[in-house]
Design a protein around this ligand. Structure first.
Ligand SMILES: *[C@@H]1O[C@H](CO)[C@@H](O)[C@H](O)[C@H]1NC(C)=O
Ligand SMILES: *[C@@H]1O[C@H](CO)[C@@H](O)[C@H](O)[C@H]1NC(C)=O
Ligand SMILES: *[C@@H]1O[C@H](CO)[C@@H](O)[C@H](O)[C@H]1NC(C)=O
Length: 373
């Protein structure tokens, strides 16, 4: 019972045979024609699966149409035609809607309402929930995600994912409700979205490359984080991440890079944070290589994560604390190639302060707080 959820209002799943190019000539598969019930009481999971199966059989681009209304769905797996690697899915209780081995799929419009505590079992077992994609060529657009437990959208092991015009709201106090978590994925674009959660707005885990983020509003929560890394020794790095045109409002952090203070083969390089407005943010700019929340069980070594070529450009606004810029890098692997350009952050209408340890780089233009480079 715990895993029942309600899918409400018009959601359209597009299967693209050629990605982004088949909007005009698609065959429609309306879930009502497969027996799905709009009464919010009958389980329509099988009917959704049937609609998906038929759409996958289509030789041309297909649209699964979900009319406006509320449907009751259990965990749904939308499995692509590739029959291999069934085990890649793992335990079936860790998601709500899962795309597996699919190519070229879009989810456009609508609202996914996870109904508050519905994912308790999932949460306590430490798994990731609602929308999980493990696939290539995915488009998620115009979707509203409300109050799901744990990460709202997990992009894990994907190539070419585009997330646009997504609204994520988690107003409850649930722990670890990251808005969007990306890991082990290449070429992900997130744009034009608004994310209000208690945890990270967007978190970027190991193995993320070529991630582009633009036009995002992050409210409350912990801001945008790369890491935490150095959870273990053998870990992939994070490379080529661009973030531009963002507004952070009232969050704990703005742009953060964090790693535990223990050995790791991971790295963070070629990162660009630019054109950002901070509104009353506690740590607008922070690199924390001694990450240890709650100060419990801290490894207390020196972080092995190598951080280099990180640019901060055109970042303005207000800090909620006196120290607006914190670079606490690893003594054994100092941060290299940190570039600051046109930064202006104030605290209570006065220039904020910066705190720097084990950092090298350059600064250009007006830098407030005064650069320690
Ligand atoms: C559109 O679909 C019809 C059949 O449903 C097909 O005959 C036609 O060639 C398609 N057009 C394009 C441009 O793919
Ligand atoms: C898909 O097509 C195959 C082969 O024609 C058929 O056996 C199968 O039943 C079809 N599946 C659905 C869900 O229509
Ligand atoms: C970096 O990522 C962007 C997409 O965000 C991509 O267009 C660019 O080619 C990547 N650069 C390299 C060197 O891979």
């Amino acid at each position: 019972m715990a895993n029942y959820l309600v899918l409400s209002s018009s959601i359209v799943f597009f299967l693209f045979i050629a990605f982004f190019s088949c909007f005009s000539n698609t065959t429609d598969y309306n879930v009502l024609n497969f027996g799905a019930k709009l009464d919010e009481k009958s389980d329509s999971t099988q009917e959704f699966h049937k609609a998906w199966g038929s759409a996958c059989n289509s030789t041309q681009a297909a649209t699964i149409y979900v009319p406006r209304g509320r449907f009751l769905l259990k965990n749904v797996v939308f499995r692509g035609p590739s029959p291999s690697d069934y085990r890649a899915i793992g335990d079936s209780s860790g998601y709500w809607i899962l795309f597996v081995q699919v190519n070229s799929v879009g989810v456009i419009g609508g609202t996914l309402d996870a109904k508050g505590g519905a994912f308790c079992a999932c949460r306590t077992s430490g798994k990731n929930c609602p929308v999980r994609a493990r696939a290539n060529n995915i488009l998620i657009s115009g979707l509203t995600l409300i109050n799901s437990q744990l990460s709202h959208t997990v992009i894990n092991s994907c190539n070419n994912v585009m997330v646009c015009n997504v609204k994520i709201i988690a107003l409850d106090q649930s722990p670890n409700t990251d808005g969007i978590h990306v890991q082990l994925s290449i070429r992900v674009t997130i744009s034009g979205s608004s994310i209000r959660t208690e945890d990270d707005c967007i978190s970027i885990g190991s193995g993320t490359r070529n991630l582009w983020m633009k036009g995002i509003q992050c409210g409350l929560g912990h801001g945008i984080s790369i890491g935490s890394l150095a959870k273990e020794l053998n870990e992939d790095g994070v490379q080529n991440i661009t973030l531009t045109k963002l507004i952070f409002a009232g969050s704990d952090n703005g742009v953060r890079i964090k790693s535990w203070a223990r050995p790791s083969k991971a790295f963070v390089r070629d990162i660009s944070f630019q054109n950002i407005l901070m509104r009353n943010v506690q740590n607008p700019i922070i690199i924390d290589q001694n990450y240890c929340p709650n100060n419990q069980g801290c490894p207390s070594q020196s972080s092995g994560v190598k951080i280099s070529e990180v640019t901060y450009k055109n970042i303005h606004g207000t800090s909620a604390t006196q120290v607006a810029v914190t670079f606490d890098c690893s003594p054994s692997n100092p941060c290299k190639g940190i570039r600051l350009q046109d930064i202006k952050l104030s605290y209570l209408n006065k220039p904020a302060q910066a705190s720097c340890r084990h950092i090298g780089g350059t600064s250009i233009g007006v830098i407030v707080p005064q650069s320690c480079l």
